[in-house]
Write a protein that binds this ligand. Structure first.
Ligand code: 5GP
Ligand code: MN
Length: 343
C-alpha cells in the first residue's frame, strides 16, 4: 500500500461503516486470529463489523474473544449473504484469490458491488481489491494486521483482545516462532502484544494442549503411515477416510501432522494426503525446507499454491492414485531435492 492509499483508507474509515471480514476456507489460526483481531480493532473505531468465514474451524481456536460471533457461510447462508450485501467494504484476509473461499462463496463474492481490501502474505495476489496490502516476506497475516494498525497510527489502541488474537495467528503460522519467516521484528511485535495483554502461556496451552484422545490416536495412525523416500529426500503420510472415521475425526485434527514427515532427518519435501470427508477430494498439504518451492510444485501439479515452504493442493483422484502421482513426479525434481538440503 502506498502512502496515498493509506491516507485514502484512513479517510474512508474515518466515519462509521458496515464492514465484513472474510478469511479463507478451512480457516487456520492465522486466518481466524487476523479476522478477529481486525474485528476488535474496527469495532473500537466505531464500525459495525461481521466476520463471515466460508466454513467452520477447529475447536482449539474457539477460545478467541468474539469467536462465537463468526458467521459460517455454508451453514448460516442467509445471514452471511445479508451481511455481504450490506457491506460498504469487505476485507479479505490471509488469502490471495476468491476461489480460496470455496466455489459457493466465491460466486457470491464475485457479484459483490462494493470494494475489497486484501491483506495477505501469499504469493501472486489476484488484482481484485481496491486496496491490496500484500507482503510475502511477512510470516503471518496477523503480523500484517499489526502493521496495518501501525499504518493507521493507532498502535496505542491495541487492546488485550486484539493482542491475544494476533499473538495466536503469529504463533501458529510461524510454528511457534521457529520457521525462517520469524524475524526480529516478529519477536518485537510479540513482545509488544504480551505487554498489551496477550497471555502467552495460556494461548499456547489453549491451542496446543487441548488434544482429544481421538486426535492423538489419529496422530499415531498418521505416524504409522509415514513413508520415507531417502533417494529423493522426500516423505509422505496418507490418511484414508476410514482411518479418519475410526478416530472420530474433527476439523483441525490433522493440522500440523505433515510437519512430522518434514522432521525426519534429511527430508526436504514432505506431503500429507487426506481423503476429505466433506468434499470427496484428496486434500494435500506440502512442506519443504530450503530452496525447494512447494508453492510452484502445488501450482504446477496439484491445483494449489501457497508459500515457498508451505503450500496445499487437491486432486479428484483416489488416494492411491494421488500418492502414485506424487511419487512419480519425484525423479524429475531429483537435482532440486538433493541440492536443497541444508543443515
Ligand atoms: P495448509 O497445508 O496448512 O492447509 O496450507 C499451507 C499453505 O498453503 C497455507 O498458506 C494455505 O493458505 C495454502 N494453501 C493450502 N491449500 C491450498 C490450495 O488448495 N490452494 C492454494 N492456492 N493455496 C493453498
Ligand atoms: Mn497465514
Amino acid at each position: 500500500m502506498t502512502i496515498n492509499e493509506i491516507k485514502e483508507l484512513k479517510q474512508l474509515l474515518s466515519s462509521p461503516k458496515n464492514l465484513v471480514i472474510v478469511p479463507h476456507r478451512n480457516p487456520d489460526g492465522d486466518a481466524i486470529g487476523s479476522s478477529l483481531g481486525l474485528l476488535h480493532f474496527l469495532e473500537q473505531e466505531k464500525h459495525k463489523v461481521t466476520v463471515v468465514a466460508p466454513n467452520d474451524y477447529p475447536d482449539f481456536l474457539k477460545w478467541m474473544p468474539q469467536s462465537e460471533s463468526i458467521l459460517k457461510y455454508d451453514i448460516q447462508n442467509r445471514q452471511s449473504k445479508k451481511a455481504i450485501d450490506n457491506a460498504d467494504f469487505i476485507f479479505l484476509l490471509d488469502f490471495n484469490a476468491l476461489h480460496r473461499t470455496g466455489s459457493d462463496m466465491q460466486s457470491y463474492l464475485e457479484k459483490y458491488q462494493g470494494d475489497f481490501i486484501m491483506i495477505d502474505h501469499h504469493q501472486q495476489p489476484d488484482a481484485i481489491a481496491r486496496f491490496t496490502y500484500s507482503d510475502t516476506s511477512i510470516c503471518s497475516t496477523c503480523q500484517m494486521i499489526y502493521h496495518f494498525i501501525e499504518k493507521m497510527d493507532l498502535i496505542s489502541t491495541i487492546s488485550k483482545e486484539i493482542a491475544s488474537c494476533l499473538y495466536a495467528g503469529i504463533m501458529t503460522d510461524t510454528g511457534s516462532f521457529r520457521f525462517a519467516s520469524t524475524t526480529s521484528t516478529t519477536h518485537r511485535i510479540i513482545a509488544d502484544l504480551i505487554d498489551k495483554g496477550a497471555e502467552n502461556a495460556k494461548i499456547h496451552n489453549n491451542i496446543y494442549d487441548t488434544n482429544s484422545i481421538g486426535r492423538l490416536h489419529l496422530l499415531g495412525v498418521a505416524l504409522n503411515n509415514l513413508v520415507v523416500i531417502p533417494e529423493f529426500n522426500a516423505a509422505y503420510i496418507s490418511m484414508t477416510r476410514k482411518e479418519l472415521d475410526a478416530h472420530n475425526f474433527q476439523k483441525g485434527d490433522t493440522e500440523g501432522v505433515v510437519n512430522y514427515a518434514l522432521s525426519v532427518e534429511g527430508i526436504v519435501l514432505a506431503a500429507i494426503f487426506i481423503e476429505d470427508p466433506d468434499q470427496g477430494i484428496i486434500k494435500i498439504s506440502f512442506r519443504s525446507k530450503g530452496a525447494f518451492s512447494v508453492n510452484k510444485f502445488a501450482r504446477n501439479h496439484f491445483d494449489g499454491g501457497g508459500h515457498d515452504n508451505a503450500s496445499g493442493g487437491r486432486t479428484e483422484l483416489t488416494i492411491q492414485q494421488t500418492v502414485e502421482k506424487f511419487v512419480d513426479l519425484l525423479p524429475q525434481y531429483k537435482d532440486d531435492l538433493l541440492g536443497s538440503y541444508e543443515n
